[in-house]
Design a protein around this ligand. Structure first.
Ligand SMILES: Cc1cc2nc3c(=O)[nH]c(=O)nc-3n(C[C@H](O)[C@H](O)[C@H](O)COP(=O)(O)O)c2cc1C
Length: 261
C-alpha cells in the first residue's frame, strides 16, 4: 500500500467494499478522518459526521449477508431542499472516500442498505438540515491480506470487478472527430469518472468537450434512470474528473462547465 499516496491512486484502486473485519476504527484513525472532515465541512456547507460502532444501523443488511460487519459510517448531512447541496455532498463526501481509501480503509455509499432512522439517532441533524445518505467505512475483510496487495494488483481488481459504460458512452454528446480532437486532460478526466461509484452502477453522467472555449461540461443523462440520486452521482463524477484531469475547477449544476488550469 505504501507506494500510492495521490488522489488519482485512490481512484485507481477504490471499489465498493461490502465485507468488513470486525476490528473497530481506532481513535487515532478516527482523529485523522475528523481532521480531513473539518475543512471539507467548512468549504462545502455540509455537516459530514463520522459515526463509529453502530452496527444496528446495518442490522438487516448484515443479517441477510448483503453486508458483513458494517458498523461505522459517514453521515452525510446538509441543508434541506437544496439541489446544489446534494451535488456538493457527492463531490465532497467522495473526497473523504478517497482519503479513507489511501489509509487502507474500505467504503460503501448506501442509499438503501441501511436503517436511516436508526442512523439519524447517532448524528446531529438540525431542523434546517436532512440526512441525505451514508458511506459505510471500516477495515476491509481480511485487511492484512488486503494491505499486502501491491498497487498493481489493486488496480487490476478495480479494472475488472464490475461492468462499466465505455468511453464512447460516457462522451455520448460528442462524435468521433470531437473525441479525437479533445485534449489528453479531458480523456484522463473521463477515465477517472468511469471508475466512480454511482447508485446501482447506473453511471448516469456524460461529459463533453468544447474546443471553442477549451471547457468540459458534465450532464445528467435522463435515460440512465437515476433521477433519485443523479445529483449526488453528478458530484461524485465531477470530483473524479477533476482529479483525473490534473487541475481545474467545476461550476456546480447539470451542464456545469469545467475550466482546466
Ligand atoms: C448514491 C449511491 C448509493 C448507493 N447505495 C448502495 C446501497 O444501498 N447498497 C449497496 O450495496 N451499494 C450501494 N451503492 C454502491 C454502488 O452499487 C456501487 O458504487 C456501484 O455498483 C459501482 O461499484 P464500485 O463502487 O465498486 O465502483 C451506492 C452508490 C452510490 C453512489
Amino acid at each position: 500500500m505504501a507506494e500510492h499516496t495521490q488522489l488519482i491512486d485512490a481512484i485507481n484502486i477504490r471499489t465498493a467494499v461490502r465485507a468488513y473485519d470486525s476490528e473497530p476504527i481506532d481513535d487515532d484513525t478516527a482523529r485523522q478522518l475528523e481532521m480531513a472532515l473539518q475543512p471539507i465541512n467548512l468549504i462545502s456547507d455540509l455537516d459530514i459526521q463520522l459515526v463509529r460502532d453502530q452496527p444496528k444501523v446495518f442490522a438487516e443488511a448484515n443479517a441477510s449477508g448483503h453486508l458483513t460487519n458494517a458498523a461505522n459510517y459517514l453521515a452525510i448531512v446538509g441543508p434541506k431542499d437544496d439541489a446544489e447541496a446534494r451535488e456538493r455532498a457527492g463531490f465532497y463526501a467522495e473526497r473523504v472516500v478517497l482519503t479513507a481509501t489511501l489509509r487502507g480503509l474500505g467504503t460503501l455509499w448506501v442509499a438503501g442498505s441501511w436503517d436511516r432512522t436508526e442512523a439519524a439517532r447517532h448524528c446531529r441533524v438540525a431542523g434546517s438540515q436532512e440526512l441525505y445518505l451514508a458511506v459505510v467505512i471500516g477495515h476491509p475483510k481480511d485487511h492484512l491480506a488486503y494491505r499486502a496487495k501491491s498497487y498493481e494488483e489493486l488496480c487490476e481488481i478495480q479494472r475488472t470487478h464490475r461492468p462499466t459504460k465505455t468511453f464512447e458512452q460516457f462522451t455520448a454528446p460528442m462524435d468521433d472527430a470531437a473525441r479525437a480532437a479533445a485534449p489528453d486532460w479531458f480523456r484522463a478526466g473521463v477515465e477517472a469518472a468511469m471508475k466512480a461509484p454511482s447508485a446501482m452502477n447506473r453511471q448516469p453522467i456524460t461529459f463533453s468537450y468544447n474546443s471553442a472555449d477549451d471547457t468540459a461540461a458534465a450532464h445528467i443523462d435522463p435515460a440512465a434512470g437515476d433521477e433519485h440520486w443523479a445529483l449526488n452521482d453528478l458530484g461524485i463524477a465531477k470530483l473524479h474528473f477533476q482529479v483525473g484531469s490534473g487541475q481545474g475547477q467545476w461550476a456546480w449544476g447539470d451542464g456545469g462547465l469545467f475550466i482546466h488550469k
